[in-house]
Design a protein around this ligand. Sequence first.
Ligand code: MG
Length: 269
Amino acid sequence: MLRKVENRPVIKLKSPREIGLMREAGRVVALALDRVRKLAVPGVTTADLDAAVAEIFREHGAIPLFRGYPCSVKGKPPFPAVICASVNEQVVHGIPNRRPLRQGDVISIDTGCKLNGWCGDAAVTLAVGAIRPEHQKLLDVTAETLALAIRATARCRTWSEVANLMERYVKSQWMYVIEKFVGHGIGQDMHEEPQVPNFVSKALRKNDIRLEPGLVLAVEPMVALGTKDVRTLDDGWTVETKDRAASAHFEHTVALTTEGPRILTLLDD
Ligand code: MG
């Protein structure tokens, strides 16, 4: 289904049948993240986690969406892995490697797959063993930012109302919303219109997003303890906080329906 609004990008609304197909892709992503949650203990490497997710996608006949994704930095190679694994001060797009995870690490795992032509995308930040209380608070606040955004889509008319709630909640916890990266529409492509910021951006003020049944969004707040400023490392991918304090990232693929928001990347309905 195509919908064109004057001077606005094309937002492809999904039918209930299409949302059902996206749910199947989302379930495979949820299975993969559930496996990662169980595996992420001290001594395991992010390369091990990557292999485990690749195996789950293979078992289900799903195509990994991240491997081979072109780099936005000129001259840098495409993304080499099935998951992004971002440890501690790394925010997003970390490349899996052979360094064993250590007790006290916080690790963000983001992954997506395409199944029968439809995409699912989700992320979670996990504690490796016992972590510092301020890091646990960061994980809790980021998870709640995602949860409150999803709940808010049931009663808000536009995305800027939701983004405002997300931004205000994070500020009230004395933390920072990362602004360099945003969520996105998702469907037959992983990245579709619209862009979905986790704060009230200038673009949103100019061109707000109407929340309506059929809209499917990957909602993905990134929150940091010390600063919203980030930099990209020489590999062209890994993004870390400028002050190298920890950050967290949670994401779900969410469909707006006449019965309210439906999270497509949960294990069980
Ligand atoms: Mg995403």
